[in-house]
Write a protein that binds this ligand. Structure first.
Ligand code: UD1
Length: 420
């Protein structure tokens, strides 16, 4: 079993470069299914989830080549696709469910395993299904699979989402681009990754208005063509580096990152005492004191991202003062707090609130990464804990952070991947 051994106490300083966003590239890979021929995606992060999605596309009949040096993926999509996404892949990565939209679009039928429970919450699919129903797709659950069928070409419709679900919108976008007529998705999420998917679809010939807004209007086209497209930078990885600078009282230049996609999170860090300089191709975060505690409330974009919540709990755990952290998206996301307590953090949770009382010192201990972002939060806590923190279950961290150990070491962090 592999683990990260983190020795706390060093101030991080130097430069890091952020790759393409995990939460975008997986959907861009699925979008390539919409056009037979060869599409190329660039700025692809070298993470486990990309390998899982590549395997899924291969099983659907595609040829996929990942050039890790060029950080690009070449996906050759056949005229006729298989239409089944098996449980062994969907259970490894819930985002596999995003092939449902393109498969129903191209094949007029799809069988996708139901993902089941998840470390951060129950995560329903009701909004995906209700939206597909509006487009004329029949969906039922059989033997653990979502069986989706459409009599022919999908029919554009008006869809009002009860909640701005990222995953549901991605499936509905990819289902509607080849539908007959116009589809309007209202109360759509405004996450940068949604805009990224829309832009790739447009570069493949789709017609989408309102990109970046809460109302997306898709005018169906007869066919789409392959493309070459660059993934948006990973705002969550960039935000994790920003917290790493602040928590260690360091100085990190985060390159290839968009500060504009992280406004609330960076503003919180300024409230905590950091200095942030924004440039054209990144931002620099410096900190010269113990952070002040900052309240956080997670909300859909442009609200504070739930995927940075564990990192901010870690920050508050060593801050001066007390902070209330409210989680509004995933009910089980506070599970990792029990691990943080093992390092001596003073955190009490009640429903979707966590009260974090800052303590001047944490002390290293063995802990378990319960999900990808919790894992990042634990590594950050380990960087400021006295002694050694061993983080187990690091496959979760490998799902979303490329070269984490190399990059942390590059800015002076004491961390190693070890075999236990
Ligand atoms: C995506 C991101 C995840 C991020 C989240 C919110 C990927 C791979 N994951 O997850 O990192 O934290 O967006 O920005 O891109 N819901 C329903 N019914 C549905 C769909 C969703 O009740 O049909 C609920 C979920 O349980 C959750 C909330 O809506 O409570 C948000 O989910 P959603 O926006 O769909 O997130 P994901 O696409 O799963």
């Amino acid at each position: 079993m592999e683990a990260f051994e983190v020795t706390g106490g060093t101030r991080l300083s130097g430069e890091v470069s952020v790759s393409g966003a995990k939460n975008s590239v997986l959907k861009l890979m699925a979008a390539s299914l919409l056009a037979p021929g060869t599409s190329t995606i660039t700025a692809v992060p070298e993470i486990l989830d990309v390998s899982v999605m590549a395997e899924l596309l291969r099983r659907l009949g595609c040829d996929v080549t990942h050039d890790v040096v060029a950080a690009s993926l070449t996906i050759t999509v056949p005229e006729t696709l298989h239409h089944q996404a098996d449980y062994d892949l969907v259970r490894r990565m819930r985002a596999s469910v995003c092939v449902l939209g393109p498969l129903i679009s191209r094949c007029h039928r799809a069988e996708v395993a139901v993902p089941g429970g998840d470390a951060i919450g129950s995560r329903g699919l009701d909004l995906h299904i209700a939206g597909l129903n509006r487009l004329g797709v029949e969906v039922h659950n059989e033997h653990g699979y979502l069986m989706a069928n459409a009599p022919g070409r999908l029919q554009g419709a008006s869809i009002w989402l009860d909640f701005p679900s990222v995953g549901a919108t991605e499936n509905l976008l990819m289902a509607s681009v080849l539908a007959k007529g116009t589809t309007v998705i209202d109360n759509a999420p405004r996450e940068p990754e949604i805009a990224d998917l829309c832009r790739m679809l447009v570069s493949m010939g789709a017609q989408i208005d309102g990109i970046g807004s809460a109302t997306l209007e898709v005018t169906g086209v007869e066919s789409m063509h392959p493309t070459t497209y660059q993934t948006v930078p990973d705002r969550i990885v960039a935000g994790t580096w920003a917290v790493a600078a602040v928590i260690t009282g360091g100085d990190i230049m985060v390159r290839s990152a968009r500060a504009g996609d992280l406004e609330i999170a960076l503003d919180k860090l300024v409230t905590a005492g950091a200095h942030i300089e924004v440039g054209d191709h990144g931002f620099r975060v410096t900190m010269d004191r113990r952070p002040r505690a900052v309240d956080v409330v997670t909300l859909p974009y442009p609200g504070f991202p739930t995927d940075l919540q564990p990192q901010f709990i870690a920050l508050n755990a060593v801050a001066d003062g007390a902070a209330m952290v409210t989680e509004n998206l995933f009910e089980a996301r506070f599970r990792f707090v029990q691990e943080l307590r093992r390092l001596g953090a003073d955190v009490r949770t009640d429903g979707h609130h966590a009260l974090v009382r800052g303590t001047p010192r944490l002390s290293g201990a063995p802990v378990e990464a319960t999900d990808v972002r919790a894992g990042a939060g634990l590594v950050l806590a380990g960087l400021v804990a006295e002694g050694t923190t061993t983080v187990f279950d690091i496959s979760h961290i490998d799902r979303g952070y490329a070269h984490f150990v190399r990059d942390l070491t590059g800015v002076g962090g004491q961390i190693a991947r070890v075999d236990i």
